[in-house]
Design a protein around this ligand. Structure first.
Ligand code: TRP
Ligand code: SF4
Length: 332
């Protein structure tokens, strides 16, 4: 049987290669397999928990959705929507909150991290972030949730809430499985792309010549390989070039051709970086062409989100009606 796949995307800024290879590619695979019902949404309300600018949020959201559409999410095959378009999610957050001990929320690692990051902005929304996330997941009764490893505790909490609700009020929710997206894409400085700073990231909209320039000047190769006739260690010491080859250069993962050439000192780092950017170009160019087509199509994107919102709302409203009923809430 097919899964009900669901994942949320925070509306913060620009998509980079790490987002694409780590997450979006999976979303598209689930969608294109034709076996699953897929829900992908922009978690705009989650974005409000951290300091933000309303105008940026409005703008980023449409731009991000254009990126996702250009990368292959298809409104005919997936339900694409924005969290706030479905007010029943907020309502479900309130109901689920009644089953959620505060102590557990205080111990969620992402919460603790944000308290450290913005000690003067520890708002209620930040604390209940995982409950809103549980409502996102349980609203469409998702069975499979692909997420990055930082989101694992949040999905655990959603699973616990599903069980708690079922125990207290009778079977209502499927306990969702989680799928960890393990692909890690190093940024130019060798750290996680986009995490340490924006400058280490390769934006997927970046013109290829700029990507080339960035790898040439900032890509970190095996530092102990000071001359071309010294063999390199692609697996352990090449920080930001070889690991990306493994993800984007066709055949590399199977044949290890570049790794072997590096270890035999048959390829230099300059040529190796050029090849990497050629592979990236082949992968990104079709996306960039579609993205240019979508650039001026705000109305189309709004329409996609409007239709997706309506479709999601029908399904989520059904769950929320069931939840109200079981909890003894009557709409008069
Ligand atoms: N919190 C997630 C993140 O930062 C985004 C998100 C919101 C999400 N709701 C979700 C992911 C529901 C999976 C399921 O990446
Ligand atoms: Fe890295 Fe390529 Fe240089 Fe080897 S040749 S160290 S894989 S950049």
């Amino acid at each position: 049987m097919g899964e009900i796949v669901l994942s949320g995307i925070r509306a913060t800024g620009k998509l980079h290669l790490g987002n694409f290879l780590g997450a979006v590619q999976n979303f598209v695979r689930f969608q294109n397999s034709g076996e699953h019902r897929c829900f992908y949404f922009v978690a705009d309300q989650h974005t409000l928990t951290e300091p933000y600018d309303p105008e940026d949020l409005r703008q980023y959201l449409l731009e991000m959705v254009k990126d996702y559409l250009a990368l292959g999410l298809d409104p005919e095959r997936s339900t694409l929507y924005v969290q706030s378009s479905v007010p029943e999610i907020t309502e479900l957050t309130l109901y689920l909150g009644m089953l959620q001990p505060v102590g557990e929320l205080l111990n969620i690692p992402t919460y603790k991290e944000l308290v450290r990051k913005h000690p003067d902005n520890v708002n209620h929304g930040l604390l209940t972030y995982p409950v809103l996330m549980a409502a996102d997941i349980l609203g469409p009764k998702a069975t499979l949730v692909p997420v990055g490893s930082d989101q694992v505790p949040n999905v655990e909490l959603a699973r616990d809430l599903a069980k708690r609700f079922n125990n207290r009020f009778g079977h209502t929710f499927v306990v969702p499985e989680m799928m960890r997206q393990m692909v890690k894409v190093p940024g130019l400085d060798g750290g996680k792309m986009g995490k340490s700073d924006a400058d280490n990231a390769i934006e997927i909209k970046m013109p290829i010549p700029e990507i080339r320039q960035r790898y040439r000047t900032k890509g970190i190769t095996d530092k102990e390989r000071t001359t071309m006739d010294k063999p390199g260690d692609p697996y352990n010491r090449c920080m930001s070039v070889y690991p990306v080859h493994e993800l984007v250069t066709p055949g590399e993962t199977d044949t290890r051709e570049i790794a072997k050439a590096c270890m035999a000192a048959e390829i230099g780092c300059v040529a190796c970086k050029e090849r990497l950017v050629d592979s990236l170009a082949a992968m990104l160019e079709p996306f960039q062409a579609r993205r240019v087509e979508l650039a001026g199509k705000d109305d189309y994107v709004r329409e996609v989100l409007h239709e997706g919102g309506k479709a999601a709302r029908v399904i989520i409203a059904e769950t929320v009606a069931e939840v109200r009923d079981k909890m003894g809430i009557v709409l008069y």
